[in-house]
Design a protein around this ligand. Structure first.
Ligand SMILES: *Cc1c(COP(=O)(O)O)cnc(C)c1O
Length: 417
């Protein structure tokens, strides 16, 4: 707290908000040094899937830490990485034959962009333009910011961001999006990157599977690579393992991070179709894929991911998702009728509601007031502007979900104009 030299992410230190010190966590609970139990209603920023400190994942990390802690991954391999790759191949779309490891969602996106450009360059048809969907978020590194929504978050860095083709977010039946994509695809762009079904940081904005299928069809017809950023939507958030499977869409390149270790360790993968790998396959060393970071495929993180994959294989995760989805709908039905609630929406386990406000957007003046009300009530919720969303770990029980609904109701009534 005071006296700490830590510079926190997405934190305005000048506002002087308290920074709680957490000592341990279990399931949906965070325990603070001053003796409070806080309900983690946003899965510690969308990463914790099954619950904090899942015993199987904890045990896998313990065992791996004592066996092999870290290994150079350029030209070397280890059993946990092989297990993860084999597990992903068995559960992800069969067309995605290659697994490239990295360590964060942002990096998995950078890798995806480099793979796309490498594909075109190494097959003798250089292309570099990237198409993006309005209001998207793909991470905070320069490349990931370039393909994300421009705004207050990245205004100072704008001169460094590369130019992209921005496709409008669907309104009505989505004709606006499809027509713009069709037109933009005629200029032979390298790739179109999308968050399937839910634009997370953009405000939990949702669009139907049929639209994703139509966008994918346009890309396929124009030979434009489709990159699915399932960093947030993957691992069950939308009710299925991947959001894109609800649209029957298999992307050319798939980004996974956050829930890949159940939310326990930093790890990411970028999966690609065989022809994208083969474009880099050569006896010419100049065509190898020039990307790595020190902790690529860290064995301890891979052991956690392998345990997560085993949980998916052996436990009734999909049943839990269906059950949580129904309970999230009940929560929304209750909150939808409150005065000041403008709209509610849900996709799988993600529930969101917008508050009526004069000043919309991420910098809405409502957000800090809501944040402190939630903090005082010992519920971790972090509104996106005037959008409140609930994205809990899948193990959340009735009592905690009811408590979250109570606290949101209290806060909505309190901030009412
Ligand atoms: C969180 C997020 C990222 C960035 O992941 P990090 O691990 O935070 O770098 C990228 N894309 C989407 C859709 C995300 O939600």
């Amino acid at each position: 707290m005071s006296g700490s030299s830590i510079w926190h992410p997405f934190t305005q230190h000048g506002l002087g908000d308290p920074v709680p010190l957490v000592t341990h966590a279990q399931g949906t609970s965070l325990y603070t040094a001053d003796g409070r139990r806080v309900i983690d209603a946003i899965s510690s920023w969308w990463v914790t899937t099954h619950g904090h400190c899942h015993p199987r994942i904890v045990e896998a990390i313990r065992a791996q830490a004592g066996a092999l802690d870290q290994l150079i991954f350029a030209g070397w391999t280890h059993a946990p990485a092989e297990r993860v790759a084999a597990g992903l191949r068995a559960m992800m779309p069969a067309e995605l034959t290659r697994v490239f490891f990295s360590d964060s969602g942002s990096t998995s996106v950078e890798v995806a962009l480099k793979m796309a450009l490498g594909f075109w360059a190494h097959t003798g048809r250089p292309r570099s333009r990237i198409l993006v969907l309005e209001h998207s978020y793909h991470g905070d590194t320069i490349g990931a910011m370039s393909v994300g929504e421009r705004g207050v978050f990245n205004a100072p860095y704008e001169p460094l961001l590369f130019d992209v083709g921005c496709i409008p977010f669907p309104t009505g039946d989505g004709t606006n999006t499809l027509e713009a994509l069709e037109a933009a695809c005629r200029d032979a762009p390298a790739a179109f990157i999308v968050e399937p079904l839910v634009l997370g940081a953009g405000g939990m904005m949702m669009y139907p599977p049929a639209l994703l299928a139509a966008m994918a069809e346009i890309c396929r017809r124009h030979n434009v690579l489709l990159i699915a950023d399932e960093v947030m939507t993957g691992w069950g958030r939308t009710g299925t393992l991947l959001a894109s499977e609800q649209a029957g869409v298999v992307p050319d390149i798939l980004c996974l991070a956050k829930g890949i270790t159940g939310g326990s360790m930093p790890l990411a993968v970028t999966m690609a179709r065989e022809d994208i790998f083969m474009a880099h396959w050569s006896t010419d060393r100049a065509k190898m894929f020039f990307h790595s970071s020190s902790y690529t495929a860290n064995p301890i993180a891979c052991a956690a991911a392998a345990a997560n994959i085993a949980i998916w294989r052996e436990e009734p995760v999909l049943d839990r998702l269906a059950d949580l989805g129904a309970r999230q709908q009940a929560l929304l039905d209750r909150l939808a009728v409150l005065p000041g609630v403008a709209a509610v929406r849900r996709c799988g386990t993600i529930a969101a509601l917008d508050l009526e406000t004069g000043d919309g957007g991420y910098m809405s003046s409502l957000a800090p007031r809501l944040l402190s009300l939630f903090r005082e009530a010992d519920v971790l919720l972090r509104p996106l502007g005037n959008t409140i969303y609930v994205m809990p770990p899948y193990c959340i029980d009735e009592a905690d979900l009811a408590r979250i609904a109570d606290v949101i109701e209290m806060a909505v009534l309190t901030v009412r104009p």
